[in-house]
Design a binder for this molecule. Structure first.
Ligand code: F6P
Length: 323
């Protein structure tokens, strides 16, 4: 392989730049030319290819966001869009792809391989940590730290006023951020889509006969929680207990930005390096991930379709610490 292309796709995550840097430098180290594709699949279709070299990725290891920009492309879901993308890939002499993204991005890369035979290796870039085949995704650790910093601040004011706070964190379909941030932030209750019991325990915490005697209470809600977001849940509690009072904070996109943690930088560097080395070895349709601190490759099919189950030990801790 003489030339490869790197792109970021889907929601950005802190550490994507460190991964781009690692991938570019691994390619250069191996004498392979590299181009970047801006705005993911959308840039592939619109011919937004830029030359990259070791110097173009200087001073980005510490930066949040992605220097290659990112997008979610509807056009790539059409056969016509993918045909244009393939024509541009060929026109630039690109023989293989590195895709840094999540589920949807790997699905797109897999389709491109099936239709046009363009090999691709992925690196898991999403704050949600919801990809099978890696213990951690790039950006998750930073997002959790951002959430915990915010929870600590809210605790101060919750304590001063003896208030109940519901704090909503990201996680489209998963409770990884909520669970980690909730335990690290000392939450009394954590509501996640993966658990049904957590809902009943939370209702009991505020309305049951053993209700909490604590002066202030922090509840963490994953945005993918089946009973709704933090606002709807507080409304529901008011409907069953008219004097119920709580403040709501939705942390939102601040969790996606900021300088990546040291953990995310190391993870991104290892996976960016491994992805390029795998592509150059002739591997395709796989995601480089970290399991038990070892870099492993997982087929896209498994990364996309298999469910990464939450560690039940962590769920248990919430109950133990809430005695
Ligand atoms: O997948 C990452 C994520 O941040 C989810 O946690 C969240 O639901 C979604 O992206 C938000 O997407 P957007 O930036 O398009 O609003």
């Amino acid at each position: 392989m003489k030339k490869i292309a790197i792109f970021t796709s889907g929601g950005d995550s802190p550490g994507m730049n460190a991964c781009i840097r690692a991938a570019v430098r691994t390619a250069m180290f191996n004498g392979v030319e590299v181009v970047g594709i801006e705005r993911g699949f959308s840039g592939m279709i619109n011919n937004e290819f830029i030359n990259l070299n070791s110097r173009s990725v200087s001073n980005i290891v510490q930066r949040g966001g992605t220097i290659l920009k990112t997008a979610r492309s509807k056009e790539f879901m059409t056969a016509e869009g993918r045909k244009k993308a393939h024509e541009n890939i060929i026109a630039h002499g690109v023989e293989g792809l590195i895709c840094i993204g999540g589920n949807g991005s790997f699905t797109g890369a897999k389709t491109l391989f099936e239709e046009y035979g363009i090999p691709c290796i992925g690196a898991p870039g999403t704050i949600d940590n919801d990809l099978y085949g890696t213990d951690f995704t790039i950006g998750f650790d930073t997002a959790v730290n951002t959430a915990v910093e915010a929870i600590d601040k809210i605790r101060d004011t919750a304590d001063s006023h003896d208030r109940v706070f519901f704090i909503e964190v990201m996680g489209r379909n998963s409770g990884y951020i909520a669970l980690a941030a909730g335990i690290a932030g000392g939450a009394e209750s954590i509501l996640i889509p993966e658990s049904a019991e957590d809902w009943h325990k939370m209702i009991d915490l505020f309305t049951g006969e053993h209700r909490s005697k604590k002066a202030f209470t922090i509840v963490i809600v994953a945005e993918g929680e089946e009973h709704g977001g933090a606002i709807q849940i507080v409304e529901h509690l008011k409907s069953i207990k008219s004097d119920f009072e709580a403040r709501v904070t939705i942390l939102g996109h601040i969790q996606r930005g900021g300088s990546p943690s040291a953990y995310d930088r190391v993870l991104a560097s290892r996976l960016g390096n491994a992805a390029v080395e795998a592509l150059l070895r002739g591997e395709t349709n796989k995601m480089a991930g970290l399991r038990n601190n070892l870099v492993v490759l997982t087929p896209f099919d498994d990364a996309i379709n298999k469910v990464k189950h939450l560690n039940p030990d962590l769920l248990r801790l919430v109950d133990v610490f809430n005695c």
